[in-house]
Design a protein around this ligand. Sequence first.
Ligand SMILES: Cc1cc2nc3c(=O)[nH]c(=O)nc-3n(C[C@H](O)[C@H](O)[C@H](O)COP(=O)(O)OP(=O)(O)OC[C@H]3O[C@@H](n4cnc5c(N)ncnc54)[C@H](O)[C@@H]3O)c2cc1C
Length: 423
Amino acid sequence: MAKTNLWDERGLTEEQKLFKESILDWAERNLPLDRVIKMNREGHPFPKDIIKGLADLGVIMGTVPEERGGLGLNWKDQTLISEVIGYIDPSIATAAGFMAVSTGWGFTIDRYANEEIRQKYVQPAIRGDKFIGIATTEPGGGSDVSNFKCTGEKEGDEWVLNGEKTFISGVQEAKQIGGGYWVNVRTGPKLPEAPHKNMTAFFVPIDSEGLTPTEPYDDAGRNAISTGGFIMEDVRIPEEYMLGEKGKGFYYTMEGFDNARILIGGSAVGVTRRILEEAADYIKERETFGNPLAKYEGIQFEFVERYIEMEASSLMVNKVASMQDVRYDEEGWLARTGKAKTYSPKEIAKWISMIKYKVPHLAKDTADDAMHWLGAAGYSSEYIFETAWRGVMSYCVGAEGGANIQKIVIGRETLGPDYVPYK
Ligand SMILES: Cc1cc2nc3c(=O)[nH]c(=O)nc-3n(C[C@H](O)[C@H](O)[C@H](O)COP(=O)(O)OP(=O)(O)OC[C@H]3O[C@@H](n4cnc5c(N)ncnc54)[C@H](O)[C@@H]3O)c2cc1C
């Protein structure tokens, strides 16, 4: 029986088709599902050939402008790429998780970094030689981005950073191959009415003196990429390693979250598509009581429901990626007039939160359904479903922002700021 194919290429541009085919072709040779499962079983750090392979395809940080080492892709293209990568790696670890973190944040670091950081860290990361990521979360919590405890004090032409970051993706990988993080610290007093002010972002190399990585966590899933943390004790960072302007770290961080969350939306569509294809192959073949499982409405209709949701999510992700393209196309207008031409950043953030909330949950629920459709086989890590379930769950519970935080953003922009449950 021919393998189920749920892709519809007809809306894609020639360039998008080319990316899709070249990533699928590379994955067939280098990252088939059984390797994804094996790497998740064996744990991090993940093999360098995967990062290099993705880099050679040009898909890491493709949105960085060409003159700075990227491909100058728009968000629609990069989101399609992340969908294909979610499809080849439904564990959301080895390729998909890495791509979303490194690309969403790498693009944002590139925007606010100086030339030295770009050349020493961003461009090598684009080539797959280094890992760059985001370190906002602290032991006191991750959701309240305006309330972090890490501090930065100016001494001469350096900043001295102290505090701890935790649940950070890729610390072991960064240690292994070099790289660094976007780190938010408080650089001024906490204002009771505006705690988000006086937060500043720095680029902190992983090998900085005074930076000590902590033990990685033993996570439920996405085991092929590490989640850990680091303690900063008098880490001295040159003034030029400040990202953007002093005191504006909170705003830039929201922009970085937006970029990473779009790619997560794309990846989660890809995960769902792959789960549905793999499950379809099984239920069309497997017979009980004289019929293939796919003939029974109890299973077929659940499958159809998820398929509809997946295609609806794909359209929504595509729309949101287009909104982000408009945002960057029109940012000059916003800077000049102080007013958004088409969409305000907050309005775009609402749509981004809608996909960040909806699509990973869809992927998780589809994996859950597929495990039921397959019975005992679905519970076995011989198939991808349980690995995918454990992986996408990371994006439901917290990675790149918890589920309720997305709902608060959506509620705020839909019902109005008077209905935000906190000040
Ligand atoms: C696998 C993985 C990888 C990660 N990688 C990174 C990384 O690379 N860099 C990084 O900085 N962080 C990373 N994180 C951390 C992630 O950003 C946080 O999990 C997230 O911000 C939530 O913070 P928290 O886990 O501390 O939960 P908390 O902030 O303690 O919140 C706990 C729960 O309460 C909910 N909640 C919080 N406030 C409210 C409210 N006002 N109303 C209703 N519900 C609320 C949240 O949605 C969440 O479900 C990662 C997390 C995971 C699981």
